[in-house]
Design a protein around this ligand. Structure first.
Ligand code: FES
Ligand SMILES: [Fe+2]
Length: 430
């Protein structure tokens, strides 16, 4: 180690940066929350006002657990993924000791972002491209060339964030004191166990930057009121008014009950589990005369997830749905899985990363065809993006007056808005 110098003062608290801007932003947000009529859309400025965006980061994104990626892409020492949670660039990296860590992706010299790629393998060290300070994979400073004597390397490690794993899903939190993660991990464990996500293979990823506020992206996901007209590809397998978002027919309820009963009889947990505050939910539902979310409704991958019962035991295992506010939703069908990671990149821009996962031993071209696997959700994402962007343009109009939600078709949206507004109110206090 060649670093030495004056001891540095302790770094400032992670959540201190926005303090000066808070009072004005909070006044705006309080007024908008007071304006919000239950059962109705949020007031328009909540989807574009910079003060609301600052509050969203401060009171939601910088406090909650946020979906980062998958353990299967972080299996090897040095493997990393990057993401930016609000104003926090992060790198999640597997250490040479096998431990997964979330680190602030900010060099302790002059602050350059260390890793720019969405994912990769940094081998044995994290090296800043600016002046080549090098860090161990646990974040400690390994080497800094030509620094003055007296510098204390132990005070110049990369700052840690929090990381948690739930059945192969990796979450991070930048709060000083994160909310409990274990209840979520425990809730989803039995439902996700058959899919062995930690040993899965990433077959494809897509990244979209939507010109819409993150809440519009989540609201759009939490209902299928729009699916009948907008999603011809998805509608080939996905119920048009699915039970999970409030709608649904007697036939659909019966089909889901049958799938749930068959899976549970085969030892596959399938019940409906939701946190009391609506923040996360996992459940199994029937697909619409289909076994996978493909154009013909048949599996895209030749063999099932190994943890599921064989087709001779349960032919139709439906779709496990999991969401976690504020950042993710996901689907798990018999032959593949899909995760969606949503991150706000500005008041009216949102990055959506979609990942298609298949059993770890599946081989492209032999066991699955990429087009067959991805075409439904590539099309669906594009259609949803257009809807979000169209809505963003509308709610930005000064003439927008928030309309009522359908209690039948949009109860998922009502739940999301209830969770979100409660988080803001709790954060604002008083
Ligand atoms: S900013 Fe990273 S080495 Fe200088
Ligand atoms: Fe949609």
């Amino acid at each position: 180690m060649s670093v030495t110098s004056q001891p540095n003062a302790a770094p400032p608290p992670a959540q201190g940066a926005a303090a000066a801007a808070r009072p004005a932003a909070q006044a705006v947000v309080r007024a908008l929350l007071d304006e919000h009529r239950p059962g109705h859309c949020l007031p328009g400025p909540m989807y574009h006002d910079p003060a609301v965006h600052a509050a969203d980061l401060d009171l939601v994104w910088h406090r909650e657990w946020v979906f980062a990626g998958h353990e299967c892409e972080l299996a090897e020492p040095g493997a990393y993924i990057t993401l930016t949670v609000g104003t926090h660039p992060l790198v999640v990296v597997r250490g040479t000791d096998g431990v997964l860590r979330a680190l602030h992706n900010v060099c302790r010299h002059r602050g350059a972002v260390l890793c720019e790629a969405p994912s990769g393998n940094t081998r044995r060290k994290l090296v800043c491209p600016y002046h080549q300070w090098a860090y161990e994979l646990d974040g400690s400073l390994y080497k800094a060339r030509a620094m003055p004597p007296g510098m204390t390397p132990s005070e110049l490690g990369l700052r840690p964030a929090h990381v948690g794993t739930a059945s192969g899903l990796v979450f991070v939190c930048v709060a000083d004191t994160p909310p409990p993660f274990e209840p979520f991990a425990a809730t989803v464990a039995a439902h996700l166990a058959p899919f062995d996500l930690a040993g899965a293979k990433i077959a494809h990823e897509s990244v979209l930057v939507e010109q819409g506020n993150w809440k519009l992206v989540m609201e759009n996901n939490r209902e299928c009121y729009h699916c009948r007209i907008s999603h011809p590809e998805l509608a080939k397998s996905f119920p048009l008014a699915p039970l999970h978002s409030g709608g649904g027919s007697e036939d659909e309820a019966r089909a889901t009950a049958e799938v749930v009963a068959a899976c549970e009889a085969a030892g596959v947990p399938s019940g409906f589990l939701m946190s009391d505050d609506f923040q996360y939910r996992v459940m199994r539902m029937a697909l619409e005369h289909a076994r996978s979310m493909t154009m013909d409704g048949e599996p895209a991958v030749a063999h099932r997830w190994a943890g599921l019962p064989g087709e001779d035991v349960v032919r139709d295992v439906g779709d496990v749905l999991l969401y976690h506010y504020p950042s993710m939703w996901s689907h798990y069908v018999g032959d593949h899985a899909l995760t969606f990671r949503m991150l706000p990149t500005g008041p009216t821009t949102t990055e959506l990363r979609t990942t298609w996962l298949v059993p770890g031993d599946a081989v492209e071209g032999e066991d699955y065809d990429l087009k067959t696997l991805t075409e439904v959700w590539l099309a669906t994402n594009d259609q949803d993006t257009a809807l979000v962007e169209r809505t963003q343009r509308g709610v930005t109009s000064p003439a927008f007056v928030p309309g009522p939600y359908s209690e039948v078709e949009e109860d998922g949206v009502i739940q999301f808005v209830a969770w979100y507004t409660e988080r803001l109110r709790a954060g604002l206090g008083g």
